[in-house]
Design a protein. Structure first.
Length: 156
């Protein structure tokens, strides 16, 4: 499988599509329609945040975003919108996206990352454990957006 991973502008069609696909999957897993409740993509814009797009032979394969958590937690970033096309799951794309996000976050001066995932995403929970993330009760600065979520941190 030929997968490339690179940052793309939050205004790109690929990033907008990935954001909608991730929200659609969350709606299906947890119920409801939160399409209008999406966080603005601008929080992932350069120079502080970023959105990585994975492509297989030029076609969208998945993506992941990182936003800074300053001023609540200077030096911290948060992983958001990790999503991989269903036919490419269990082929290492999500792990590759995480590694690429960690590397770019470190290059941009972040020293730690935080993320949340929910009970209806057991494969994500397993991925984070496998990739060396540590489960915590609350995030940096007491950050915890969703009750009953699983929260993880990783030092870069």
């Amino acid at each position: 499988m030929d997968v490339s991973i690179a940052p793309e502008a939050v205004t790109s069609t690929a990033v907008r599509a990935l954001n909608h696909l991730a929200v659609d999957e969350l709606n299906r897993r947890y119920g409801g329609d939160h399409t209008g409740d999406e966080e603005p993509l601008s929080q992932f814009a350069d120079p502080d945040g970023f959105f990585l797009v994975a492509r297989e032979n030029g076609h969208i394969a998945g993506g992941v975003a990182v936003r800074p958590l300053a001023p609540v937690a200077p030096g911290w970033g948060e992983i958001k919108r990790l999503w991989v096309r269903p036919d490419l799951r269990r082929h290492g794309v999500a792990a590759a996206l995480l590694v690429a996000a960690e590397k770019l976050a470190r290059e941009r001066g972040l020293h730690d990352l935080f993320l949340e995932t929910g009970w209806a995403q057991p494969e994500a929970i397993a991925l984070y454990h496998r990739e060396g993330w540590t489960k915590v009760e609350v995030g940096p600065g007491g950050l915890a957006a969703y009750p009953d979520s699983h929260r993880f941190v990783k030092a870069l």
